[in-house]
Unconditional design. Structure first.
Lengths: 102, 629
């Protein structure tokens, strides 16, 4: 069995990140954009864990725990904002949420 | 009595310590000015007492110093303290000079000043600005004494400007009168022109010598090996200050207008002391001027031209004070000419005697003006000798002294200058002699018109009266000085110079005596009448008379220059400022910025996703460059 090298992890992480970015840029639904953002975070997490594993240093894994914890809090706030936005505007499409535009 | 004795003892003690007494002489008037301005505005008598007390104290101390120096030969080492040190090269001291030149000038300033201060009591009586007047007078005295004792250029320049300020305050004393306010402004501005030149001269001298101190400069200057051009430039620039302050051509225009001030002010500042400061300064720094032949020639000719021009203008004026003002110009011209001919001693001698008799003449004119209820036109006076005998007698003495009739003081000092001119420059001697003739002529005209003949204005004549004793007493005091000042032939020797003039034949002396007498004779021929008038002279001179009466149109010329030359330059500058600087410079910069902002604003779509796209793109590019390249 050919062992899985660090590069493979990094490629997957990069791919995940690219997908996340594509989602953020391409989608119009705020909720989906939010999910894509989470994907970005997790891509970073994956890279960190991979580095941690291959370098035999646990710092990266500790860091990932922090990110997951913070992300949970962030999700709670972000979803609350989106819900509040929907209650007010009856939409979560970012094309229609343009009241701050000049 | 005890108090008096204590004061006398104290004064005696000061006299023994000359350094103290000079400082007291200098700062007493300043203290008086300060006290009057701050505390005693409302008590007029007290204000006057403070001011007069300060200058009298100075006078007494100066007399003591003079006696100590002249008769006991006590020389005092100069005293100074460091005032300001900037870096390694600029040291400015506040010091004093107590050489004979300074002591003589101290005596003149405080002596004439005392007489005029006392006279002012009568002249300014009932004026609402009585206290302010005395405060200004004291400020002036302080500034003038500061010039006299200054031992370096910076100090002399500071007091020089202070004198200008107090002159401005006093010319414009009746500031509610527009002409007085204008005259004050004019005097100040015209003086600034000269002072600017003087400042340049001082700085230029300093850039070569590295010191402002007179004594150091005097010893250092010959060893510097400056070129004659540099020396001429320095001398000429410093002379600029004297041209302004001593009202020499072409900056003479302010002095006649300065007659708008109260008459005692004209006597003290614009006849006896301040205008003489220019001459004094030239004598003080003669070591800068004497080495340069070109500067000396310039000074001598400016003086000669001023003397002649002012005297010719004086013969066609009608205002009692303006005639005297032009006469002052003319006499200052003599002094400056003497300096230019290398005769600083002769200049100081004439300055001293002139201070006495010109102050006397102005105070006499003031007495006449008061007697005539503030009428200054000589053609509205006449026959006043009966009404104001003391004024008349003293005025006559002043006139004779000014004209140079022996044995009055003016004869000795003016002869000194004329003989000096004869030794050095024939044209200047002719100018000087002709001016002497004109001097006698115009003073004769004034005396005959004011004091003799029938009164032209009967009503005013009826009410004319002799002035109170506070006014006549100074007149008598000054008249006495005008008579005797020339006899003290030690004055030139006192100043320490060898006799500058060679001995001359008695023929020449006789000729110089006859010149003023001839002038009086001509004046008498024309104006010794019941109803004197200018008509015969006017007919004889024709257009020249108009020219003289309008003072050679110099004021008009200056107005024209200011209006067209300066006005054009100002308009051009204004256009440049408005169109190039404001529109193109400031407006252009602001316009470019705001237009750029407006254009760039279009890039802001407000769409977060497009921002995110651009952001991602940017990051990718950076990563590409960092990682791959």
């Amino acid at each position: 069995m050919s062992s899985i090298a660090l590069n493979h992890y990094l490629w997957v992480s990069g791919l995940l990140f690219a997908l996340g970015i594509a989602g953020v840029i391409g989608r119009r639904n705020a909720l989906v954009i939010f999910m894509a953002l989470e994907m970005n975070l997790n891509a970073a997490n994956l890279a960190l864990v991979a580095f941690s594993k291959f370098n035999k240093i646990v710092d990266g894994q500790v860091f990932v725990f922090f990110i997951i914890a913070i992300a949970a809090a962030e999700v709670a706030v972000g979803l609350a904002i989106i819900v509040a936005l929907y209650r007010r505007k009856q939409t979560v499409s970012v094309d229609e949420l343009n009241s701050m535009r000049l | 009595m005890n108090l008096l004795a204590a004061i006398t003892t104290q004064l005696g003690a000061w006299g023994e310590r000359p350094i103290c007494s000079v400082w007291v002489t200098l700062f007493a008037p300043l203290a008086a000015a300060g006290l009057i301005t701050l505390f005693t505005q409302r008590w007029k008598g007290l204000s006057a007492a403070l001011s007069i007390g300060a200058i009298l104290l100075g006078f007494v101390l100066s007399v003591r110093l003079f006696i100590a120096l002249a008769f006991r030969g006590q020389h005092h080492s100069p005293h100074m303290f460091q005032w300001l040190v900037v870096g390694n090269s600029v040291r400015i001291e506040f010091g004093m000079t107590t050489d004979p030149l300074a002591i003589l000038m101290l005596l003149v300033v405080t002596g004439v000043g005392s007489a005029i201060h006392i006279y002012s009591l009568g002249y300014m009586k009932g004026d609402p600005g009585f206290s302010r007047y005395f405060a200004c007078m004291s400020l002036f005295t302080f500034s003038m004494l500061g010039i006299v004792i200054a031992n370096n250029f910076i100090q002399i320049f500071i007091f020089w400007e202070l004198v200008g300020v107090s002159s401005y305050l006093l010319i414009g004393f009746w500031f509610e009168k527009p002409s007085a306010a204008e005259a004050g402004k004019k005097a100040f501005l015209v003086n600034r022109i000269g002072d600017f030149g003087m400042m340049l001269g001082i700085l230029l001298l300093w850039s070569y010598a590295g010191t402002f101190n007179f004594v150091e400069l005097q010893t250092k200057l010959p060893s510097l090996g400056l070129s004659s051009t540099t020396l001429a430039l320095i001398g000429g620039l410093i002379f600029c200050g004297a041209v302004g302050k001593s009202a020499q051509v072409p900056l003479h225009v302010w002095l006649p207008d300065a007659m708008e001030g109260p008459t005692p002010v004209s006597a003290l500042i614009h006849a006896a002391t301040m205008v003489a400061a220019g001459v004094y300064m030239l004598c003080r720094v003669s070591f800068v001027i004497l080495p340069s032949e070109a500067a000396l020639t310039l000074i001598a000719w400016i003086g000669g031209i001023t003397a002649l021009m002012a005297a010719t203008i004086a013969i066609a004026q009608n205002d009692i004070k303006r005639i005297l003002a032009y006469s002052t110009l003319s006499q200052l011209g003599y002094m400056v000419m003497a300096v230019g001919l290398g005769g600083t001693t002769a200049a100081m001698f004439h300055l001293t005697t002139h201070a006495f008799f010109k102050a006397l003449l102005f105070l006499g004119a003031g007495s006449v003006i008061v007697a005539m209820h503030h009428e200054q036109d000589i053609w509205k006076m006449g026959g006043l000798w009966r009404k104001a005998p003391i004024t008349f007698a003293t005025f006559l003495i002043g006139t004779l002294a000014l004209a140079g009739v022996p044995p009055l003081s003016g004869f000795y000092s003016k002869d000194e200058i004329l003989l000096l001119a004869k030794d050095h420059s024939a044209p200047l001697f002719i100018i000087g002699t002709f001016t002497a003739f004109l001097t006698a002529y115009y003073m004769g005209r004034e005396v005959f018109a004011v004091f003799f003949g029938n009164p032209r204005d009967d009503h005013a004549y009826e009410h004319a009266h002799e002035s109170p004793w506070v006014m006549t007493l100074p007149l008598v005091f000054l008249a006495a000085l005008s008579v005797v000042a020339g006899w003290y032939s030690k004055v030139p020797h006192f100043l320490g110079a060898p006799h500058e003039v060679e001995h001359h034949s008695w023929m020449l002396t006789l000729g110089l005596i006859l010149v003023p007498l001839f002038g009086f004779l001509v004046a008498a021929k024309i104006y010794w009448k019941d109803k004197p008038s200018d008509a015969p002279v006017k007919a004889a001179l024709g257009p020249i008379w108009t020219l003289l009466q309008n003072k050679y149109y110099i004021d008009e010329l200056y107005l024209w220059i200011v209006k067209y030359v300066q006005g054009t330059i100002a308009t051009l500058c204004e256009l440049f400022d408005r169109w190039v600087l404001q529109r193109l410079g400031i407006g252009g910069l602001a316009g470019t910025t705001s237009e750029a902002g407006k254009t760039l604003r279009l890039l802001q779509t407000g769409n977060i996703q497009s921002y995110a796209f651009l952001f991602g793109l940017g990051v990718t590019v950076i990563i590409y460059y960092v990682v791959v390249r």
